[in-house]
Design a protein around this ligand. Structure first.
Ligand SMILES: Cc1cc2nc3c(=O)[nH]c(=O)nc-3n(C[C@H](O)[C@H](O)[C@H](O)COP(=O)(O)O)c2cc1C
Length: 321
């Protein structure tokens, strides 16, 4: 007599404005979908009202107070009931103003999230410009509050360096133009890196077949899942603090979209540009000067921020894609 083994059930949560994160999710989920032993439920989040793309100047900056304070927007009804029992949850998210993007924040505060994620192993996949450290700290707290177990974190970031992306990324969001500009590479994550993300799906599929998701240990070690740049931590700390404080003022001034917020946003953007052109280079220069003193601390921070999956490459040859 043959016993029928029930398929492994994977819940994937995703929101994507330009389609970039959706393409990454598709690459990673493809090997799981191709395996008849795995059922994938992909829930695409739809905020109400939808965020525009490209953004207008004010609408873009008007989103930071709520992002910094994790104040959720409304979501269109989910296709989930909360009664489902998933073996693994994959949370695809982008960073907005050094915090998880608002649609994903909204999902994590949705009444169904606690039922769906409690005691479940969770794999997070971040796609962002390159500043994700503080957002991930917030994500870890949100997941812990839901009783979820973070077993892996994958990070894909833009191909340009910190300074190039300060130009190309806002240009992309405010005009829709993603192509290279002033000698900087195109904004966004390189197409070949998106394709290579398939290796994570292959490894997760192998792990599910072996019941490895039950062991409360990472499934994606040795696959260059994440490369943290702890030198950005100090700039992210300063940025987060400023978003928090100014965000408080803006939230007190009115709801998103209200005219009373506009003059404050205008002054804040001038302040923010000054902050970026001073704090980021000064912080990076200072760190270079005192590098010998900081070496151990930065190495420890890099290691800790890369947990649980790590930056090791020892299994890369098993998953050539
Ligand atoms: C409002 C907004 C704020 C953003 N803030 C950050 C940020 O703080 N750090 C970062 O690395 N990327 C930031 N990004 C880039 C996004 O993380 C992401 O890479 C981009 O929006 C593409 O995602 P998509 O799939 O939703 O199109 C921001 C994007 C938007 C729209």
């Amino acid at each position: 007599m043959t016993t029928s083994v029930r398929p492994k059930r994977v819940l994937a949560i995703c929101y994507s404005q330009t389609g970039q994160l959706a393409r990454i999710a598709e690459q990673i989920l493809a090997p799981l979908r191709e395996n008849p032993g795995v059922d994938v439920h992909l829930e695409m989040l739809r905020p109400l009202p939808a965020y525009p793309f490209p953004w207008s100047f004010f609408r873009f900056f008007d989103a930071f107070p709520e992002a910094a304070h994790l104040i959720p927007p409304k979501l269109e009804p989910l296709a989930l009931t909360g009664e489902e029992d998933f073996d693994l949850v994959m949370l695809f998210y982008q960073v907005w103003f050094l915090a998880p993007s608002l649609p994903v924040t909204a999902f994590l505060q949705h009444p169904l999230a606690a039922r769906l994620l409690n005691d479940k192993p969770v794999v997070t996949v971040i796609a962002c410009r390159n500043m994700w450290l503080m957002a991930h700290e917030k994500m870890k707290n949100l997941l812990a509050g839901l009783g979820a177990r973070l077993i892996d974190n994958v990070v894909l970031s833009d191909r340009g360096n910190v300074f190039a992306t300060f130009i190309t990324t806002p240009r992309w969001f405010l005009t829709g133009k993603q192509a290279g500009f002033l000698g900087c590479p195109p904004a966004g994550i390189a197409a070949d890196e998106i394709l290579r993300a398939r290796r994570f799906g292959l490894a997760i599929q192998t792990a599910l077949v072996a019941d490895a998701e039950k062991k409360n240990a990472p499934l994606l070690t040795g696959l260059q899942a994440v490369e943290a740049n702890p030198k950005l931590y100090f700039s992210e700390k300063a940025g987060t603090r400023s978003f928090y404080l100014w965000g408080k003022l803006l939230c007190a001034a009115g709801e998103p979209g209200q005219w009373r917020r506009k003059p404050i946003i205008f002054f804040y953007v001038i302040f923010l540009v000054l902050l970026i052109v001073t704090v980021v280079p000064v912080s990076l220069a200072l760190q270079t000067l005192i590098r010998p003193l900081l070496r151990e601390q930065l190495a420890r921070m890099k290691h800790d921020f890369e947990l649980p999956s790590g930056s090791g490459a020892e299994r890369m040859s098993n998953y050539v894609v």
